[in-house]
Ligand binder design. Structure first.
Ligand SMILES: [Zn+2]
Length: 385
């Protein structure tokens, strides 16, 4: 029985999909302006492993990942570098996709750009205004959080905590056009030098949260099984997605299981563009085999924060090469050992415990005639020998 940790209930729950043997999953993608650091890789390698594991368990998976190709950060960076925001976005999306391919991450079923879903965003915003849960003010449109009593149900934060984080994460609670400081932007008036789309609320561009709600509706429907992303997206991004999607569709819950990956630290702090302590995947790829990097990422449980240490990466590389040697020595014609597959499955069923699954593989690599079994189990983790 597969059990996954749900951030909404803060507990491990039995995985029961909305539709038998089918999984609809969405993971927030990158904002393409300087990818791909190790924190990104940790998130997307983890969700790729989850997809592979679902397939191994007989599920049919529909997986959407987006590119936030219009957003404050990308416009700011384009301005600083004197580049066109579209060209900047395409460039960094290309880098990201190349890094993902190197790490053996399978392409999602749908890979979508926010700028291709603007019509859907406008449609949802119109409905929210019609339902009186959103309001216009001076060319901006805000979601009225006082109309959504459960705001905070995912993050489990109180108003004071939400206000602090909103300020830290670009939510601008001091905006005088808002009724409640926690109201969030659905649509914003563009400055004269910013890209703008025509809408019933005036020329402007979408807010960040409405982008994901719209792409989910377009590619997966009104309710999905799993929504993922990094832990730092819980508030305000995912909290706001819930408010607008559940109000728009009337279908509760919008997402059955919320899954979040832990932060990767470096030099004692969260790896972040703003702190300049990024370990870039492209730099590691110059020194290490992509397979070793993927394996190294999976030696960390997806919910446990960890600090990058190159010595640990070297250790993992050594461990994997010893598995490789043993696989080469073993009899290639050996059959798959079903009791090993069963044990591996029971480890992975417990909230995708990849560190223990890898430990288990190191142990079985020491036994004779295990090469076929090892190759099969490694392929479920997306590790190539
Ligand atoms: Zn998102």
């Amino acid at each position: 029985m597969l059990r996954l940790y749900n951030s909404l209930s803060k507990s491990k729950e039995k995985f029961v999909p909305l539709e038998d043997k089918k999984v609809k999953m969405y993971v927030c993608g990158i904002t393409p302006y300087d990818t791909t650091h190790l924190g990104h890789a940790f998130t997307y390698v983890f969700f790729d492993t989850l997809v592979r594991y679902f397939k191994f368990r007989g599920f049919d998976v529909k997986y959407t990942q987006n590119v936030t190709d219009i957003d404050d950060d990308i416009l700011k960076r384009a301005k600083e570098e004197g580049r066109d925001w579209r060209e900047l976005g395409n460039f960094w999306t290309g880098v990201f996709l190349k890094d993902m391919k190197m790490l053996n991450v399978l392409p999602p079923t749908n890979y979508v750009k926010a700028t291709n879903a603007i019509d859907t965003m406008i449609g949802i915003i119109e409905t929210l205004i019609h339902k009186k849960t959103a309001y216009e003010n001076n060319g901006n449109v805000y979601f009225d959080i006082d109309k959504f009593k459960k705001y905070g149900k995912l993050s489990h934060f109180n108003t004071r905590q939400m206000l602090i984080l909103s300020k830290e994460r670009g939510g601008n609670p001091a905006d005088p056009l808002k009724k409640n400081p926690l109201d969030f932007l659905l649509w914003q008036k563009s400055s004269p030098d910013e890209p703008a789309w025509d809408s019933p609320f005036g020329k402007g561009r979408p807010g960040w949260h409405i982008e994901c709600s719209s792409m989910i509706k377009d590619t997966l429907g009104r309710q999905i099984d799993i929504h993922g992303g990094g832990r730092d997206l819980i508030f305000p991004h995912h909290e706001s997605e819930i408010a607008q999607s559940e109000t728009f569709t009337g279908k509760i819950p919008f997402v059955k299981y919320w899954m979040h990956t832990a932060m990767v630290l470096y030099e004692g702090e969260k790896m972040a563009k703003s702190l300049g302590n990024l370990i870039m995947v492209s730099d590691l790829l110059k020194k290490y085999n992509p397979n070793d990097i993927r394996c190294f990422l999976l030696t960390h449980h997806y919910r446990k924060p960890w600090e990058f240490d190159e010595e640990e990466l070297k250790y993992t590389t050594g461990q994997l090469s010893s598995i490789k040697k043993l696989t080469n020595m073993s009899d290639k014609t050996a059959t798959i050992d079903s009791s090993c597959v069963e044990e591996f499955t029971s480890i992975m069923d417990d909230d995708l415990d990849t560190p223990n699954a890898l430990n288990f593989l190191v142990e079985i690599a020491k036994k004779p005639k295990m090469s076929s079994t090892l190759l099969k189990l490694l392929s479920i983790l997306g590790i190539r020998i």
